[in-house]
Design a binder for this molecule. Sequence first.
Ligand SMILES: [Zn+2]
Length: 316
Amino acid sequence: MDRGFDIKLVGGKVKRMRLNPQAFFISDADAQRCTFHLRGASGIRPCFRCKNIVAKGYGEVDPHGFFKEISCSQYSQLQISSDAETFQSIDHLSTIRTAKQLDNFEKSCGINFRPFSFWNDRVQRNRLPPSHVLGDPMHIFWANGCMSAEINLFLAAFQTNVGNIDILITSLNGIPFQTGGHKGHSAHVKRMLSAKLFQGPLYKGSARQCSSVMWLLWYAIQKLLIGRDILVKEIQSFSAAIDICRTLDRFTYSTEVVQNDINLYLHQVDRHQALFNVAYPDDCRPKHHARYHVVDALRLLGKYLHCEPHAPCMIS
Ligand SMILES: [Zn+2]
């Protein structure tokens, strides 16, 4: 491992990689799962960072209240595993002798046993410990993320309770929005409001489009719906999501993030999660929980890191 290892890039080019004495890994959940052999949503413990977060349905059977389901809306209730505790579980996996016991322990600890995995290397593992594996906010929020769910769940509720979503889309297409960096603004807005992107449980546009559509939809909600006593729970959830968008926009353009910023962010995520659970009780996704671990990166690095290759498109 000290000599490094080869990574094959898209296009076939091979690059030699070597870890710094202290490395960080920022990615979407799939890359985390593949790289560190995590069980993810298929485990009883879907979050490898929290020792008391369990999949939906498992929290209800705990008479002591230690375990919380993945839709838990209080950061203060999360029990974060130390790196030493995670390594202890991995070391224990290597001592299990029967396939059934191994499967049971893998499910409950959320990590699959692979003898040659990085975290099984007792010398190298501290260079990239679990606490340095960070979720990417672009995937958590914008690319098939929490905000993608917020958009399509709201529109589905609108369709069920108010009328065809074309009412909202048509009204938005008729407003002369100005978009930064795009000359033909109407075509750009029309593309991100294409009906096919609103089908299914998640908004299907790009991360950049998703962040813009949140604001467009919030504008339409305020113009057309607020004060009409319809979709009250859904609008409360959407409004709380917009508060988070506001904070993330500020983080994106800040050179540092301080403790007060983190406190505000956590308060907003707690509030949104509670309101989301009321509006959409069956629709919480692992990415809703993953938002809490964005704090790991903010604390460790004092910065808001994400994988988005460009600044978000600003709409005024
Ligand atoms: Zn967690």
